[in-house]
Design a protein around this ligand. Structure first.
Ligand SMILES: Cc1ncc(C[n+]2csc(CCOP(=O)(O)OP(=O)(O)O)c2C)c(N)n1
Length: 564
């Protein structure tokens, strides 16, 4: 039914119809009419303290809920403050609808106050962007924005809304269907291609499944499990794919890539059939392409045809949704070769070369910290991280058994992501424990969002892995820059527990290993937010590692079990 509404009224009505239950944002001049509607309608809005906080919260919400995250900000600086988050969502395929205010149509292009060309700026980092020129096209654009953000390969869509358009009234007509002849993602894979994957399994003696975040976006974890188990194929994950296959399963061999497990990387390197499902052969995964999976026939299942063959020559391209592809694979008659010897070999390797760290019984080793967080949360928490060493240790040592518990910035590697993403994750699952594992540096990039925890008493648990440095930078300077620690060691640090106190949040500092377990248990038992400042060994490095330019089989820092 058509009715007359202002542009801003249409925005809120359309969001309501899309089932949006929370908006993350920050007001300002050009978007004020929309904020007026937020006030009048009472739609749930979370006020971040910086637009970057709002957009990362929307990303965390999207990652955990599977629904699009919605972010509303003003023009100019408000809009440019969300650029990093949009690029982050684009790289990690997160569905977002971002609404930016814009100066009035009459002054666009005149360097008007708080004008920034968001269409130009975000063209390469959005799946699509719109500028609304006429109020009557606004409902269609919002409908299309949600459709584009959530279908095919998910991604961020931006709607740039000039102030005068949001004040103008027009007829609101919200179509049920979208009609985009030029955008028709292939969902159902070609049956012949599926058969080729099955046929190649017949000859394969050393098949491996590389499972990426596509499994999670497609809600295909169960289908993947059924496929791998039925065919007895070893599974390795990408960083973003963790949780798509149970971390405790006998067929799971860990995360592959720069800081993955030795076994996962060797499994790919030695494989004769590599089945990539929903991963994009990122350079941090592949290492030097010259040495990548030299003997493998490659099958690549991806919803985005642009990913297939982009980095790695692919014999069997399969375009389509991971869930549909796996369902079709599972329908085919089982024709596998015998993988027993291969699985046994990888299992022996996994036992012989586990992830390791050295304990001295006194200092807190960050790896041990992550293991303890796993223990006190029964492996059930939603874990978000920032970027750096703590991120890699979390990926290595928090074994994810379930999908959508792991929220991290993989493609862009955005410091400042982890804490606000935890806030969004908590909104997605209010009853689940959410632990934000953060570096002492990354936390300082978006620490202002402590205000949200204070205001809403959100029970997010912040664990600062405090090594008093830009740990990952320090590690690279140690290994590749002659130990010249240029601007990576903090001579002074804030008192993080007092910072927590300033926001009426419980802050706890832990220096000794002997106090750690208790402190973490108390953290989880506390009903509200907690900030933990955990002083860890400062010079710990993340191992094993594929150094730049090296192949997956050239990992350093691999230790046999009896030495570790
Ligand atoms: C916005 C941004 N700036 C710079 C970097 C480069 N960078 C990657 S890791 C890192 C150090 C992070 O230090 P910290 O947050 O303390 O985590 P740690 O590595 O010590 O665990 C830096 C500076 C980045 N990834 N993102």
């Amino acid at each position: 039914m058509k009715r007359e509404l202002s542009g801003s009224g249409m925005v809120i009505e359309a969001l309501r119809r899309e089932g949006v239950d929370v908006i993350f944002g920050y007001p300002g001049g050009a978007i004020l009419p929309t904020y007026d509607e937020i006030y009048k309608t009472g739609i749930h809005h979370v006020l971040a303290r910086h637009e970057q906080g709002a957009i990362h919260a929307a990303e965390g919400y999207a990652r955990v809920s599977g629904k699009p995250g919605v972010c509303v900000v003003t023009s100019g600086p408000g809009a440019t403050n969300v650029v990093t988050g949009i690029a982050d969502a684009m790289m990690d395929s997160l569905p977002l609808v971002v609404i930016t205010g814009q100066v009035a149509s009459t002054v666009i292009g005149t360097d008007a106050f708080q004008e920034a060309d968001m269409i130009g700026i975000t063209m390469p980092i959005t799946k699509h962007n719109f500028q609304v020129r006429n109020v009557e096209e606004l409902p269609r654009m919002i409908k299309e924005a949600f459709h584009i953000a959530t279908t095919g390969r998910p991604g961020p869509v931006l709607i740039d809304l000039p102030k005068d358009v949001s004040l103008t009234t027009g007829m609101f007509d919200y179509e049920k269907e979208v009609n985009l002849p030029g955008y028709q993602p292939t969902i159902v894979p070609n049956r012949l291609q599926i058969k080729k994957v099955i046929d190649s399994l017949k000859e394969a003696k050393k098949p491996v499944i590389l499972a990426g975040a596509g499994i999670l976006h497609a809600h295909a974890a169960e289908e993947l499990y059924a496929f791998a188990k039925e065919q007895r194929i070893p599974v390795v994950n990408t960083l973003l794919g963790l949780g798509g296959f149970p971390g405790d399963d006998e067929l799971f061999f860990g995360m592959a890539g720069m800081h993955g497990t030795y076994t996962a990387n060797m499994a790919i390197h030695d494989s004769d059939l590599l089945i990539n499902i929903g991963a994009r052969f990122d350079d941090r995964l592949t290492g030097n392409l010259e040495f990548f999976a030299p003997n493998a026939k490659v099958a690549h299942i991806d919803i985005d045809p642009a990913e297939i063959g982009k980095n790695i020559p692919t014999e069997i391209p399969v375009v389509g949704c991971a869930k549909q592809a796996l369902e079709m694979l599972n329908e085919e008659e089982s024709q596998q070769g015998d993988t027993t010897a291969w699985v046994t070999k990888l299992t022996e390797m996994k036992n012989e070369f586990p992830l390791w760290y050295e304990e001295d019984g006194e200092t807190i080793k960050p790896q041990n910290l992550i293991e303890m967080i796993h223990e006190v949360t029964n492996g059930d928490a939603i874990v978000t991280t920032d970027v750096g060493q703590h991120q890699m240790w979390s990926a290595q040592f928090y074994r994810f058994n379930k999908p959508n518990r792991w929220v991290t910035s993989g493609g862009l590697g955005t410091m400042g992501f982890g804490f606000p993403a935890a806030i969004g994750a908590q909104f997605a699952e209010p009853k689940s424990p959410v632990v934000a594992v953060l570096g002492d540096a990354g936390f300082q990039m978006t620490a202002q969002e402590l205000s949200i925890l204070q205001e809403l008493n959100l029970p997010v648990k912040i664990v600062i892995v405090n090594n008093a440095s830009l740990g990952m930078v320090r590690q690279w300077q140690q290994l590749f820059h002659g130990e010249r620690y240029s601007n990576s060691l903090f001579p002074i640090q804030p008192n993080f527990t007092k910072l927590a106190e300033a926001y009426d949040i419980k802050g706890v500092r832990v220096d000794h290993l002997s106090d750690l377990k208790n402190a973490l248990e108390e953290m989880m038992a506390h009903p509200g937010p907690v900030l933990m400042d955990i002083r860890v060994a400062k010079e710990e490095n993340v191992y094993p590692m594929i150094s730049p330019g090296k192949g997956q089989h050239q990992m350093e820092g691999v230790k046999p079990c009896n030495e570790s």
